[in-house]
Design a protein around this ligand. Structure first.
Ligand code: ZN
Length: 188
């Protein structure tokens, strides 16, 4: 038998963590190693984002409490892919707009959220190289939503009291679903 040319590890296959899983509430830790394992995680995050028809995904949403965001406002992979490692939002400017936001961790729930139009972000790329860029429009909206995930802030915190009331049953359903799937406390 011949040796394989390269050692190909099996692809990671992430599932999206749903509210109210506690990993979504943790403040994510910075990435320190810019190695092959980071590349594998990022590739698998893009795969999950596209398969779930999302435009952005934060690492806590796949159960990894690290400061990693992937996004693409087109909802497809391509030149607009944006990988932000250890991002910091330096400033938020422009008019505040309302937009009907969804979140893969809150399936089928949409709520109006008000955010400033532009944001200026410092971040590292996959090689650990520092960048600083200003974003506007839909990309800025996605970054601000995904950045919230790194701080443990969720759609349910940003929605109006009226929307929270309107989505009360759906939110409760997510809580019940999580309780059914969560390991029993004595097994933790
Ligand atoms: Zn989200």
């Amino acid at each position: 038998m011949s040796e394989p040319l390269v050692d190909t590890p099996p692809d990671l296959d992430f599932v999206v963590v749903r509210y109210p899983d506690p990993v979504l509430r943790r403040v994510a830790e910075p990435v320190t190693d810019f190695d092959a394992s980071l590349r594998r995680v990022v590739a698998a995050m893009y795969a999950r984002m596209i398969a779930s028809k999302g435009v952005g995904l934060a690492a806590p949403q796949v159960g990894i409490s690290r400061r990693i965001l992937v996004l693409n406002p087109t909802g497809e992979l391509g030149p607009d892919d944006l990988t932000l490692i250890n991002p910091t939002i330096l400033s938020r400017t422009g008019d505040e707009d309302w937009y009907d936001e969804g979140c893969l961790s809150f399936p089928s729930i949409y709520a109006e959220v008000k955010r400033p139009e532009r944001c200026r972000v410092s971040f590292l790329d996959l090689d650990g190289v520092a960048h600083e860029r200003e974003f506007d429009g839909f990309t800025s909206r996605i970054i601000q939503h995904e950045y919230d995930h790194l701080e443990g802030v969720l759609l349910v915190d940003r929605m109006s009291p009226a929307d929270r009331q309107r989505h009360k049953a759906a939110l409760q359903e997510l809580v019940d679903g999580w309780k059914r799937r969560a390991p029993a406390p004595e097994r933790r």
